[in-house]
Design a protein. Structure first.
Length: 69
């Protein structure tokens, strides 16, 4: 999402007569996949990544909780 904001902001800076950041940001924020809670998916992906690294799942969940706080 940050990449999108950066690209639209650059567009508005280059073409000030045709701003689009506010419009597209509003459209993007109303999409269900942006509004959803993806924490369970993040925990599952972290557990898989932890298994690949040889770490325990609880250590991976601790890392995820640190990222969200």
């Amino acid at each position: 999402m940050q990449g999108f904001h950066k690209a639209v902001k650059k567009h508005d800076k280059q073409l000030p007569h045709a701003p689009c950041q506010q419009f597209y940001t509003h459209i993007l924020r109303t999409q269900p996949w942006v509004q959803g809670d993806h924490s369970n998916l993040l925990i599952k992906l972290s557990a898989i990544y932890a298994q690949l690294r040889g770490q325990t799942a609880s250590a991976a969940e601790a890392e995820v909780s640190l990222c969200h706080s």
